[in-house]
Design a protein around this ligand. Structure first.
Ligand SMILES: N[C@@H]1[C@@H](O)[C@H](O)[C@@H](COP(=O)(O)O)O[C@@H]1O
Length: 246
């Protein structure tokens, strides 16, 4: 695991673009994408870059159940407005939150991932250590499934909605097993509210109680943090594992 700490989010976004560029140069054409506040700046930088994704496939992690792509809080809408409208991809996939059968949709989505192996997967992290919408306790072998969102995730994500009652209570998400199939993973985390989860994920024991801890087992992970998100990492650990980029 390579851990990079930069001064602020802007620097992290630029660093993220470098990682994208490098992966593309080495043949990456299928990108696993995430939503939330964390990758917004990265997508802004990608939109302004000269990178061309017209021969690429984008496969997102998750979508709220019950929101269609025109709903401003749906992840489809987020992806269209933050990236796809400005930087078209050949194909873009997100789970369909309006699918009549969640079970069929999950099988279909697993098939999409299996037939388009992800070269570079972008991840954010929830305050409880979730990745995608894989809440604590999700088996590491899980594939795409429906989740009941925890009260803490609903509360954290309510900042994007009018109020907490508007946040869907369920989502469709790639499982941890799917995420681990990606050839390369870039986890980004910014701000003090992520510091505890980051510390546990990187330096704690690998446990299903902290989904992101599984990344310690993946052979090709880069973690990109701002100073605030890295603040609780023990100094001896930082000395041994962290590269500061200023
Ligand atoms: N499903 C998403 C995750 O993919 C995201 O990484 C996480 C953190 O979000 P943010 O980046 O807004 O803090 O929350 C959401 O629940």
């Amino acid at each position: 695991m390579k851990v990079l700490v930069v001064k602020n989010q802007k620097d992290a976004d630029r660093q993220g673009v470098k990682i994208f560029r490098q992966a593309y140069k080495h043949g990456a054409r299928t990108f696993g994408l995430a939503t939330g506040g964390t990758p917004e700046g990265l997508y802004r930088e990608l939109c302004q870059s000269d990178l061309d994704f017209r021969d690429c496939i984008a496969i997102n992690l998750d979508e709220y159940v019950g929101l269609d792509g025109n709903h401003p809080q749906s992840y489809r809408y987020y992806m269209q407005s933050n990236l796809f409208n400005q930087k078209p991809f050949a194909e873009t996939y997100l789970p369909d939150g309006m699918a009549p059968s969640a079970k069929v949709e999950c099988t279909h989505y697993n098939w999409i991932i299996a037939t388009n192996p992800i070269d570079l997967q972008i991840l954010g992290i929830g305050q409880n250590g979730h990745i995608g919408f894989n809440e604590p306790g999700t088996p590491f072998t899980s594939t795409t499934h429906v989740v009941n969102l925890t009260p803490s995730t609903i509360k954290a994500n309510s900042r994007y909605f009018k109020d907490e009652s508007q946040v869907p209570t369920q989502a469709l998400t790639q499982g941890i097993g799917n995420i681990l199939q990606a050839k390369q993973i870039l986890l980004m985390a910014f701000g003090p509210e992520k510091a505890q989860a980051v510390k546990e994920a990187l330096t704690g024991k690998v446990t299903e109680d902290l989904p992101a801890s599984v990344l310690q087992k993946h052979p090709h992970v880069t973690v990109l943090l701002d100073e605030a998100a890295a603040a609780l990492l023990p100094s001896e650990w930082v000395a041994e594992h962290v590269q500061h980029i200023y």
